[in-house]
Write a protein of this length. Structure first.
Length: 377
């Protein structure tokens, strides 16, 4: 039976995504955001004032000791996620952590082990899984109503200018953990895997086409899923007309979702194959609509925590999409070798981090004014 308690939530990190967490907690009737921590006490106090939070700290350990939260929302850059999660679990709190959950698979393994040892839950924020449209399409695919899925295309075509990468921790292997594949593409890769299930092989390449970074600004990959689906993936931080898109072609229909940072029913389309038009009415989206967002994800996680139940499908399998990302990097590091889950499971380098060689094509451009004086690292 669901507990009647109210969850005491605490938040660490007051960057842009923290506001989505604060709004999501405020929308949930049985959770209170009781404290916030940031390395900058001034930022923590300003965030607390904005959302009516009683306590602000410049130290996570101090906040945990004083507030004894039931759940900690981690909204910091990836590098400290392991340390912060382990501290929260040791203090008896559940953890909801922003993507990517960690800058390496080894660190994520430690976080999962710590959660199990403390009998706590680790939920990763992949809000693209949420929404009634994604749930509906997933059910259609799993039930076989659309026939067997065959081929897929997954595109994260975003635009991040030089000012974006001027933030000190961005674009560096040591502090961001990876480039646009890890920081941006993981959202759509996670939604793709949420719809299609486990993967069986990955081939990937990393490219530096325009930005002054250590990491890639474009990646390309081919993913084969266990049920035999072949997916072609492009992730970019240099695309002016931004879009986040997935297309899945099945035996009976094509499923498409085209959006940017969130989707509703209007972003999805199911097009029947010739001869299957009569079945299309049975594939219609439900009348009641909920868009993808942080709020439904945190709601579902909070419901599970209060009921003492396993995490919902919108927040389970915390390693799956990070494994796909790791496999892209591992493949690129070996000049496009095929990476399988078995190979990744014992990989000598890419469980500990994702740093990989990047093919730099900027020097091949003809226009010295556009190219500038730097040729990259």
């Amino acid at each position: 039976m669901t507990s009647r308690k109210t969850l005491r939530a605490a938040l660490v990190g007051t960057g842009a995504v923290a506001h989505a967490h604060a709004r999501a907690v405020a929308a949930y009737p049985r959770a209170d955001l009781v404290a916030v921590a940031d390395l900058s006490r001034e930022k923590a106090e300003g965030f607390a004032a904005t959302y009516g939070i009683a306590a602000a700290y410049d130290d996570l350990d101090g906040m945990l000791a004083a507030e004894h939260p039931d759940v900690v929302l981690i909204c910091t850059p990836p590098a400290p996620h392991r340390e912060q999660s382990l501290a929260a679990f040791a203090a008896g709190a559940h953890v909801i952590v922003e993507k990517p959950p960690a800058p390496s698979l080894d660190e994520l393994d430690e976080m999962r082990a710590a959660a199990d040892a403390a009998d706590r839950r680790l939920a990763v924020v992949f809000q693209q899984r949420t929404g009634t449209a994604a749930a509906h399409v997933r059910q259609l695919l799993q039930s076989g109503a659309l026939g067997r899925p065959l081929v897929a295309v997954c595109q994260t075509l975003w635009f991040r200018d030089s000012d974006y990468f001027a933030v000190p921790w961005r674009g560096r292997w040591e502090t961001e953990g990876g480039g646009t594949t890890l920081g941006h593409g993981i959202h759509q890769l996670d939604l793709l895997a949420h719809l299609l299930g486990d993967w069986s092989s990955v081939q990937g390449r990393l490219w530096r086409l325009d930005r002054e970074t250590e990491t890639e600004d474009v990646s390309t990959a081919t993913i084969v899923f266990d049920q035999g689906v072949v997916a072609q993936v492009v992730t970019s931080a240099v695309s002016p007309r931004e879009t986040s898109s997935i297309r899945i072609d099945t035996q009976k229909a094509s499923i498409t979702v085209d959006h940017l940072y969130g989707h509703g029913h209007e972003n999805w389309r199911i097009t029947p194959a010739p001869g299957f038009e009569a079945e299309a009415d049975a594939w219609a989206f439900p009348d009641a609509e909920e868009r993808s967002d942080h709020a439904p994800l945190l709601r579902d996680v909070f419901d599970a925590l209060l009921a003492g139940e396993p995490l919902p499908a919108t927040a389970d399998a915390p390693a799956r999409s990070l494994e796909i990302v790791a496999a892209i990097y591992a493949s690129a590091a070996a000049d496009g070798v095929v990476v399988t889950p078995a190979l990744l499971g014992t990989h000598p380098t890419h469980r500990a981090g994702f740093e990989s060689p990047v093919t730099d094509l900027r020097a091949q451009r003809d226009d010295p004014v556009v190219r500038g004086s730097k040729t990259g690292r």
